[in-house]
Design a protein around this ligand. Structure first.
Ligand SMILES: *Cc1c(COP(=O)(O)O)cnc(C)c1O
Length: 365
């Protein structure tokens, strides 16, 4: 056992069967094209490998935030349509155009900087007040787009909230979007792709699916609709190993500031992962890990690189420690971490650090 594992102290393993299952689930639910959103390294799952899995499962587009993310997929040999939506007036889009990347344009300044052919989807703000063109300027943007060298192949928007069942949750955005599409046609544009829905829209509000849905969270098994489950499967497993075991007497303070003091004699296991790896320090209270199918509590403050768990005699040096998994065997999930730390699973998954070893792929066991 000693000296037999890889150098990484913690490893992430991606279950690509789960990703494929989730992609098919979204496609079945929406009945439209699927853009697999693989931004932020596919929510920590590995963008290139997830892209290949999602495309094989039926996705027809890949979605990323930045041009650099899009170019990385192209550099890996992925030829599918790719959409990148974080485009500002100063970004040089020539590399994107050369690589056949479709980009988002949401304002006249960005459009004016495009003096060469490139595929563009125009973004309308339908109530989120984040990106997107204000409805007040939409007509002018469409008119300018109609005479731009850019090829306008799509019109899109993003839902601020599709988390509740019942269409009143999305009605306003959907009707604003439909108006925007009508205005685009009136300006002489003929967008082939018209897309609004994220994961929650795709699964809970089929009316928002239009010609394509952009789904990230659901692809990674995150359920984002309140009070509904869509049978999605978490795909990421993060493991480490017990790297030291020790007995301590009652009254022993553990970790920085002795935030936990053993009330009785205890067995402590050291796990070489900490908040520097993206394990939220707020899990110091209430967080636990799974070893040998049993839960054991984190004790004391999580350090940057290490944490301490109180275990029992069943645990041996070198045992696998499951920090995060799909929960099917009682292991903690990203949803559990998020609930314990007051955030959403998306932040947990994208926050996992680079020291957590190279993304590996694994078939469902
Ligand atoms: C992140 C993102 C998505 C994916 O949203 P999910 O809720 O993760 O499905 C879709 N579109 C845009 C513009 C995004 O930023």
């Amino acid at each position: 056992m000693i000296g037999t594992r890889s150098r990484a102290l913690a490893t992430r393993v991606v279950d690509h069967a789960a990703i494929a299952h989730n992609a098919r689930r979204i496609l079945d639910g929406s009945g439209t094209e699927l853009m697999a959103v693989v931004k932020a390294n596919a929510f920590g799952h590995g963008a290139v490998a997830v892209s290949r899995t999602a495309l094989a499962a039926g996705a027809t587009w890949l979605g990323v935030a930045t041009i650099d993310e899009a170019l990385e997929l192209r550099a890996a040999g992925i030829e599918a349509p790719i959409f990148a939506w974080l485009v500002d007036p100063w970004v040089d889009l020539r590399a994107a155009a050369a690589a056949g990347i479709t980009v988002s344009v949401a304002n006249l300044d960005t459009l004016a900087a495009i003096d060469f052919p490139i595929d563009v989807h125009l973004e309308l703000d339908t109530g989120m007040s984040r990106g997107g063109c204000s409805p007040l300027e939409w007509g002018a943007l469409c008119a300018a787009a109609a005479v731009s060298p850019a090829r306008i192949t799509g019109v899109w928007s993003h839902l601020a909230d599709a988390s509740l069942l019942g269409d009143r949750n999305v009605d306003g955005a959907l009707s604003a979007f439909r108006d925007g599409v009508v205005a685009a046609h009136a300006a002489g544009l003929d967008p082939r792709w018209v897309h609004l829905a994220n994961s929650a829209g795709a699964l809970a509000h089929p009316a928002t699916a239009l010609t394509m849905v952009r789904s990230g969270a659901a692809l990674y098994g995150i359920e984002t609709v309140t009070g509904a489950e869509f049978g999605l499967e978490p795909a990421l497993r993060v493991t480490s190993r017990v790297s030291q075991l020790r007995q301590v007497p009652a009254g022993t303070g553990v970790g920085y500031l002795h935030a936990w003091v053993a009330p009785s004699a205890a067995t402590l296991a050291l796990v070489p992962v900490g908040y520097g790896d993206g394990l939220p320090r707020a899990l110091s209270t209430g967080g636990s890990v799974s070893i040998g199918g049993h839960r054991f509590p984190i004790r004391g403050a999580i350090s940057m690189d290490q944490l301490v768990v109180e275990v029992d005699a069943s645990v041996a040096l070198g045992d696998e420690v499951v920090l995060l998994g799909d929960g099917r065997h009682g292991e903690p999930t990203a949803a559990e971490w998020a609930a314990l730390t007051g955030t959403i699973p998306h932040e947990i998954l994208t926050g996992l650090g680079a020291r957590i070893g190279a993304v590996e792929s694994e078939a469902r066991s």
